[in-house]
Design a protein around this ligand. Structure first.
Ligand code: SF4
Ligand code: SF4
Length: 88
């Protein structure tokens, strides 16, 4: 059966690059801008995945992932993520 929609510019698969868990500020976690979430492990996986807050559950991979995920380090990915959103 065909996918309901193809992987497009707007819809991406998450490759666990960690950028969205490190770049934005997340009030529900008291996480400041540009600082990795305390629950992000060394492999860029969420250590509380099953109980992560709603804001994390609602996050959907999009074209920004295609811009940041290929970069070689988490620092570089965070920098690019913040640049894209005009927060650098
Ligand atoms: S920025 Fe995108 S690819 Fe990277 S962890 Fe977040 S959702 Fe996944
Ligand atoms: S709680 Fe988990 S999913 Fe949410 S920002 Fe932290 S590491 Fe990422």
């Amino acid at each position: 059966m065909a996918e309901p929609y193809p992987a497009t510019f707007w819809h991406r698969d998450c490759t666990l690059c960690g950028a969205c868990c490190a770049a934005p500020d997340i009030a529900a976690l008291n996480k400041p801008l540009g600082v990795p979430c305390q629950h992000l492990d060394r492999g860029c996986r969420c250590a509380i995945y099953e109980s992560r807050p709603k804001v994390c559950r609602n996050y959907t991979p999009d074209w920004v992932c295609g811009e940041v995920a290929p970069l070689p380090t988490l620092e570089a990915r965070v920098r690019r993520f913040l640049e894209i959103y005009g927060l650098a």
